[in-house]
Design a protein. Structure first.
Length: 395
């Protein structure tokens, strides 16, 4: 049911970071008929021209049946389909849901009025508002393995562990959210807040820059064993290897008060003023501002595998049952502070790698879904963690 491995070497191209991991995609993803279902709640469950928030962004399109990843901005939502195409809905007044029909994407992120999509070739497509240059992708940007959006700025993580930023660098002051710290390297995960940015390095340390009005770039002393990071409007949320959470920054609406029953967490997301967490039992926890119903999780939502949080909306992707374990892990390779292994995939199947630092940890940490191609999928962990246990879920 699991594989106990150590570390490896870094691939130099065609990488897709999944939080703190990367996958090599050897081919184009095919259509999935696995029955995954998207849920939405908060503002935008209607279309109301008199409202600044209700643009239908929480009305799931009837034809959305093959999504493997969801993202949400202020008044728009986007889904990444298993075949690499994108589906957008809600506000499109600035073209934030109008995509290149030839897209072949592996990751998405949404800002307030813009969207980023990571292509399989390591380049970035950006659509929507460009008032602050947030859709002006830097010329020559390549070898990108992850993207993130703030309100009006964008981040890209490259396969060499460096970070590139563009877009707004302030709100009403010089906040510096796109001023990447000089010498920042060995980054394995990124997150963009409203006017601040976060990076997680391979040794598990967190670096923050930009707006610090609420202490959002003051990393808590002694914070260790972090495996996932998320940034909200003016706060941050991180997931530790033992399934517990740590939050800091603005707390006007209780967004950094972790509910005591939120444990055994497998995935997280932060919105402007609220947070979401997927628990080990497949349910979704939500806390923070609830003015628009942002934290009113739909009754009956179970088997969740991914969540996304926007300004005033929430999304979740739920998997069908039963879950089968994919245990054929092959070509394990070892090296300095990294490791890799591969597993075969089948067309029409969906896969989700998971890991634990110790078998005593209460929950497996889930990574985003990937669609089977009928080819070998290569998995790489670039962190400095000396030991981990891995498994792959399949639907």
């Amino acid at each position: 049911m699991f594989c106990h491995l150590r570390s490896l070497y870094r691939f130099s191209a065609s990488l897709f970071f999944l939080g703190i991991f990367c996958l090599v995609f050897p081919g184009f993803c095919l259509q999935v008929h696995a029955g995954f279902k998207a849920y939405a709640w908060g503002a935008g469950t209607t279309i109301n021209s008199a409202s600044v928030n209700d643009f239908g962004q929480a009305i799931i399109p009837a034809n959305l049946t093959n999504a493997v990843q969801l993202a949400v901005g202020w008044r728009h939502s986007v889904a990444l389909n298993a075949d690499g195409t994108l589906e957008g809905w809600g506000d499109d007044s600035l073209g934030q849901t109008t995509f290149n029909p030839g897209s072949n994407c592996i990751a998405i992120a949404c800002g307030d009025f813009f969207t980023l999509a990571l292509e399989t070739n390591g380049t970035v497509e950006a659509v929507g508002d460009d008032f602050y240059g947030q859709t002006d992708v830097p010329s020559g940007l390549s070898n990108v393995v992850a993207v993130a959006c703030g309100f009006y700025h964008a981040l890209a993580l490259k396969s060499d562990g460096t970070v590139v930023a563009w877009g707004a660098n302030s709100s009403d002051a010089n906040l510096g959210q796109t001023s990447v710290p000089v010498g920042l390297s060995n980054v394995v995960a990124i997150a963009a807040g409203g006017y601040h940015s976060l990076a997680m390095k391979s040794d598990g340390t967190i670096i923050g820059w930009g707006d610090n009005t609420y202490g959002e770039t003051n990393i808590p002393p002694g914070l260790t064993n972090v495996v996932r990071i998320a940034a909200g409007g003016w706060h941050n949320l991180v997931l530790k290897s033992d399934g517990t959470l740590v939050a800091w920054g603005q707390n006007n609406y209780g967004q950094t008060n972790i509910p005591p029953w939120v444990t055994n967490v497998e995935a997280i997301a932060s919105g402007q003023l609220h947070n979401l967490a997927v628990l080990k039992n497949g349910t979704v926890a939500a806390w923070g501002l609830d003015t628009e119903g942002d934290t009113n999780v739909p009754v009956g939502l179970t088997n969740a595998v991914q969540v996304a949080a926007g300004d005033v909306d929430s999304l979740a992707l739920a998997a069908p049952q039963p879950v089968k374990m994919q245990t054929t892990l092959i070509d394990a390779a070892f090296g300095t502070n990294q490791f890799t292994f591969s597993f075969p995939t089948r067309n029409g199947r969906v896969y989700q790698p998971q890991f634990k630092n110790s078998l005593s940890d209460p929950a497996w940490q889930s990574l985003p879904l990937v669609a089977g191609t009928g080819k070998i999928l290569v998995f790489t962990d670039p962190t400095d963690t000396p030991m981990r246990y891995y498994r792959v879920r399949q639907w």
